[in-house]
Design a protein around this ligand. Structure first.
Ligand code: PXP
Length: 251
């Protein structure tokens, strides 16, 4: 018996990164979203950063115009982003930590120590009809914080696990995977929907997809990198296959 299918959210931010490098309109993230839908993506993820280094406001409507897939809007927990989310009203909003100087989202949101700052934002997004998720480290205190904030979903940060695998640090990678497994189990047991994401590759996605509680995986940078070599459609299909295969083998 295999595990239920897990959703693949394709993050199209880095199509915009390449576009922005030349300041024109090509490559178009909306075209990538339409292609992702044909290739079997279950959702489109976009992160509107404060510095607009990849996706920009007009991309939000442009993506929505070309696909009916649910949109997962990643955002910093700020008033300015809340206003944009409430006017755009994506299917889901994922709160992420954001520092201007970081190259990517380097760690999870410290929901445990930011409770009072996050509470009004989580509440406003939920009232606005969005499914709120918190991008957190796989730690029980962060799961507890998500529950206290009444966020229905957590996305567990897999970046550290992937880095350890790629660095050949097998023991530490196994330990990090056990933290991810424990956080998934405990979160799901207490009613949270479990998502994972960050840094996932063809070779590392399987270990996460094998966790029974994982319902959604959000993946961007590696897919877009592979797309340069094999094309976007095959890169998404291969990622989908790796996830399905792992879930077929698990259980
Ligand atoms: N999930 C979240 C919350 C993220 O912030 C990111 C990066 O924007 C991803 C998933 C995707 O990470 P990657 O681009 O490394 O696959």
């Amino acid at each position: 018996m295999s595990l239920p299918r897990a959703r693949l959210g394709v993050n199209i931010d880095h199509v915009a990164t390449v576009r922005n490098a030349r300041g024109g309109a090509h490559p178009d993230p909306a075209r990538a979203a339409a292609l992702a839908a044909q290739a079997g993506a279950d959702g489109i993820t976009m992160h509107l950063r404060e510095d607009r280094r990849h996706i920009r406001e007009p991309d939000l409507a442009a993506v929505r115009a070309v696909t009916s897939l649910p949109i997962n809007f990643e955002m910093a927990a700020t008033e300015a982003m809340l206003e944009i989310a409430l006017s755009f009203r994506p299917h889901a909003a994922c709160l992420v930590p954001e520092k201007r100087e970081e190259r990517t989202t380097e760690g999870g949101l410290d929901a445990a120590s930011l409770q009072s700052k996050l509470l009004p934002i989580v509440s406003a997004l939920s009232r606005g009809g969005m499914r709120v998720s918190l991008f957190i480290e796989p730690a029980i205190e962060q799961i507890e914080a998500a529950l206290a904030l009444q966020a229905p979903v957590v996305e567990l940060h897999t970046g550290r696990y992937v880095e350890l695998v790629l660095a050949g640090e097998g023991d530490q990678a196994a330990f990090e995977l056990s933290r991810l497994a424990e956080a998934s189990r405990e979160g799901a047991r207490r009613g949270l929907e479990i998502h994972v994401g960050h840094g996932l590759t063809f070779d590392t996605v399987g270990a996460l997809a094998r966790l029974p509680e994982v319902r959604e995986l959000n993946i961007g940078h590696f897919i877009m990198g592979e797309a340069m070599f094999i094309g976007l459609d095959p890169a998404i299909r291969r990622m989908r296959l790796e996830i399905d295969r792992a879930r077929g083998e698990a259980a």
